[in-house]
Ligand binder design. Structure first.
Ligand SMILES: Nc1nc2c(ncn2[C@@H]2O[C@H](COP(=O)(O)OP(=O)(O)OP(=O)(O)O)[C@@H](O)[C@H]2O)c(=O)[nH]1
Ligand SMILES: [Mg+2]
Length: 463
């Protein structure tokens, strides 16, 4: 991304390109209204530069050949706008041609095409939001469930920033105390001072650890839990997929080897997005297509966060089933699903427990949809291990934030060790300063241009 010049005016189509009711061309910058004057003719003859802030106007976009589109134009004057600059939004009819022509006209009249995420980047550079809030905008756009949306909104509201700032202020306070203890070491009771600093460092340490742990829950809420359904051919994997989806998505037949390729769908279990993958039945086969399917099944199992191993209650456990179970004996997140519970039981649960101890076993009938809700409960409990996030859960949301917290935490840990090992307070101060510097990157108080570019490159154009 080029270095941002805040004195130019940017424009982009802010809605997905394609046919639809409304498509928005958005301008931001000090010439937004001047440019709007050149392309927009209002029904009442007034020019956009005379419009009051937060007003909406009906008119047309015109080029030298005539009317391009009939539109609604909204004016949001600085500083009360998304970017804190003058913003004009033109609601066109959403078709590729009217949007493209309006965009081209605005470009011809002096605007520059916005970079991905540049509107949000301006909101940051102009001090309306910090970096963690900017990142939450992306999380809102990408959220898959109500709960992940709530988490992202919490962060946009600044709840994460508040926590980070609180930790940062705590560290700054510690630094002041350390400096004071260096300056006045002869007059003060050094022992009490050090104890106080150690206490405060431990508190910060705990707060950092808590936020680092929030990453796993946050990640699950945002990206979902990758769940694979695997097992021998014909045990009812695709039937289970359909039962969980509550629709006939995957093909089900009585012929073993029906599923040849992996199928992926997302379901929502109590607010957690669960990315389900149905796989080809794992078995030894010479058929080249089936073999490729089995290879894909193995790959999916490898990549999964959670594995549902399906067994057939209607027959005895065979060697193939046993091999599949043995292959995943090192994995923690495994649920054994004994399907076809409507049939006379042949399977020996004790036998399964012997090969794969300690994993939940649940009996269901995918055909009759029985116990599917119980399976959902087991999945949910397994994912959160009893630590269910509440809607006011505040946590970090990406690996950038996690990496920063880890660095900051490591410095605090070193500072604690230094105090304990009676190192000089100058040395402790160095660690605390580095920790402050690191944690400031989350909100953007201390951040490099390169890091900023990386964050905003992930955004779409127009946001
Ligand atoms: N009785 C009974 N039959 C079931 C149940 N679930 C699935 N079946 C039947 O088992 C057969 C295989 O089901 P699928 O869902 O295609 O099995 P699969 O494991 O996906 O099979 P492949 O894709 O070939 O590996 C079909 O005839 C289903 O109707 C169940 O709960 N009870
Ligand atoms: Mg199948």
């Amino acid at each position: 991304m080029t270095k941002i010049m805040l004195d130019d005016t940017i424009v982009a189509i802010s809605t997905p390109v394609g046919e639809g009711g409304i498509g928005i061309v958005r301008l931001s910058g000090r010439d937004s209204l001047k440019i709007a004057d050149k392309v927009f003719v209002s029904k009442n003859g007034k020019r956009p530069s005379r419009f009051k802030t937060y007003t909406v106007h009906y008119g047309t976009i015109r080029d030298n050949k005539g009317i391009v589109d009939e539109v609604i134009l909204t004016v949001m004057r600085a500083p009360r706008s998304y970017t804190k600059e003058d913003v004009v939004e033109i609601n066109c009819h959403s078709g590729i041609v009217p949007l493209r022509k309006t965009l081209d006209l605005v470009l011809k009249n002096g605007a520059r095409l916005a970079e991905p995420g540049e509107f949000t980047k301006r909101a940051f550079l102009n001090g309306r939001i910090d970096i963690s809030q900017a990142e939450s905008v992306l999380d809102i756009i990408r959220s898959k469930t109500d709960l992940s949306l709530k988490l992202a909104v919490n962060n946009l509201e600044g709840l994460l920033s508040k926590k980070i700032n609180c930790i940062r202020e705590g560290l700054m306070d510690i630094l002041v105390r350390i400096e004071a203890s260096i300056d006045f070491s002869e007059e003060e009771d050094v022992f009490t001072k050090k104890k106080d600093i150690l206490n405060k460092l431990s508190k910060v340490n705990k707060a950092l650890e808590k936020l680092i742990l929030s990453r796993d829950q946050g990640k699950i809420l945002r990206q979902g839990i990758n769940t694979v359904i695997c097992g021998s051919p014909n045990v009812g994997k695709s039937s289970l997929m359909n039962a969980l989806l509550k629709e006939s998505r995957a093909i089900v037949t009585h012929i073993p080897g029906t599923t040849r390729d992996t199928i992926e769908e997302v379901i929502n279990i109590k607010g957690i997005p669960v990315v389900l993958t149905d796989t080809a039945g794992i078995n030894k086969t010479d058929h080249p297509v089936e073999r490729e399917g089995v290879k894909r099944s193995h790959d999916s199992v490898q990549a999964a966060d959670l594995i549902l191993v399906v067994l057939d209650n209607g027959r005895l456990l065979n060697k193939n089933d046993r091999d599949i179970i043995k292959n995943i004996k090192d994995r923690d997140n495994v649920i054994i699903v004994v399907n076809k519970d409507d049939l006379k039981a042949h399977i020996d649960i004790k036998d399964i427990k012997k090969i794969l101890p300690g994993r939940p076993i649940i009996k269901i009938s995918a055909l009759n949809q029985s116990n599917i809700d119980k399976l959902e409960d087991v999945i949910y409990d397994m994912v959160f291990k009893g630590k269910i996030p509440s809607p006011d859960f505040v946590g970090i949301s990406n690996s950038r934030q996690l990496d920063i917290l880890r660095r900051s935490h490591e410095e605090v840990r070193q500072a604690i060790d230094a105090v304990k090992s009676k190192a000089s307070m100058d040395c402790v101060a160095i660690y605390v300063r580095s920790s402050i510097e690191a944690i400031g990157e989350i909100t953007g108080d201390t951040i490099t241009e390169e890091a900023l570019d990386k964050i905003f490159a992930e955004f779409c154009v127009g946001k």
